[in-house]
Design a protein around this ligand. Structure first.
Ligand code: ZN
Length: 116
């Protein structure tokens, strides 16, 4: 499991709406920081601060690719904890929209060559 020391530390980490929102976006796989920024509408510094806390606890891992830094969930078991905490009958909120303003490679597919 992760690097957190105790259930209390884990619940403290999960006890913040921004960190829960970040983890829910990462359910579907890794995303770049710019994507989290575009989906959540928070400043990058604010998101980075929360990602740092999640990374130090071993909940997420980062990977740099060119100019982008991607984050993924290192402990998928965490979603069992999150799902168990959702009110009965409420599906987990998983944002699926691809924001048009997001510059990440997943949201901006490589443009087709212009026909001659
Ligand atoms: Zn994106």
């Amino acid at each position: 499991m992760g690097l957190w020391n105790s259930p209390a530390q884990l619940f403290k980490l999960l006890g913040h709406p921004a960190r829960l929102a970040i983890l829910n976006i990462l359910r579907e796989g890794e995303q770049c920081v710019c994507h989290l920024e575009a989906v959540l509408g928070y400043r990058q510094a604010y998101i980075s601060q929360h990602l740092m806390g999640l990374r130090e606890a071993g909940l997420v891992q980062d990977r740099r690719e060119g100019p982008n830094v991607f984050y993924r969930v290192a402990e998928p078991a965490i979603f069992r904890v999150i799902d168990a905490a959702n009110p009965v009958g409420e599906p987990a909120a998983v944002p699926t929209a691809r924001p048009a303003e997001c510059p990440c490679p997943k949201c901006q597919p490589v443009a087709e060559p212009m026909p001659a």
